[in-house]
Write a protein that binds this ligand. Structure first.
Ligand code: IMP
Ligand code: MG
Length: 178
């Protein structure tokens, strides 16, 4: 068989729980950013599902933008990112909220923060759907966290294993073939 759920060994976050988490984050962000110039910035592709849901859970004016980055990671210790597709938005004076699928080692985001800081935004914060603090290597924490999860490889709700599983409507634990 070649079903979408063949290698999914358990459900970590149900579709309903994901909806509740996003509603809570949206309400908090709407409150915190009232009267500001909110721009949601997301890194493709993992965060697209979360981004699409989160923006509709926020009831204040905002704009969105996307970027594509690739990690150099040749030395495994730097994690410097290279911009493949940059933002269209001028960040000067804007309140930037980076929308991420999962904060793992934190290397990608730490490097991205340095790049975006140089563009003089009024503020720069991070909203992540999932947080795996056990694996953190970079000194970085998110300002908004959907859910803290244990050190498991998860798929679904935008997250992939080798580009598959992004369309699962829940977050599942991936178990590789024996
Ligand atoms: P890091 O925080 O720089 O290690 O990288 C975070 C990125 O790694 C995320 O945006 C995901 O694309 C990917 N990633 C980390 N953990 C997982 C996981 O459990 N499932 C799927 N992708 C993951
Ligand atoms: Mg990925």
């Amino acid at each position: 068989m070649n079903g979408l759920e063949d290698r999914v060994s358990g459900v970590l976050i149900t579709k309903e729980e994901a909806e509740e988490i996003v509603a809570g984050l949206g309400a908090q962000i709407s409150k915190d950013y009232a009267g500001k110039n909110l721009v949601l910035v997301s890194v493709l592709k993992g965060a697209v599902v979360f981004m699409a849901d989160l923006m509709r859970a926020i009831d204040i004016p905002l704009s969105i933008d996307f970027m594509v980055v690739s990690s150099y990671n040749k030395t495994e210790s730097t994690g410097t990112v290279k911009i493949i597709k940059d933002l269209d938005t001028d960040l000067t004076g804007k309140d930037i909220l980076i929308v991420e699928d999962i904060l793992d080692t934190g290397r990608t985001l730490a490097s991205l923060l340095e790049i975006l800081k140089m563009r003089n935004p009024a503020s720069l914060k991070i909203c992540t759907f999932l947080d795996k603090p056990d694996r953190r290597l970079a000194k970085i924490e998110a300002d908004y966290i959907g859910k803290v999860i244990p050190d498991e490889f998860v798929v679904g709700y935008g997250l992939d294993y080798d580009e598959s599983y992004r369309n699962l409507p829940y977050v599942g634990i991936y178990s590789p073939e024996e």
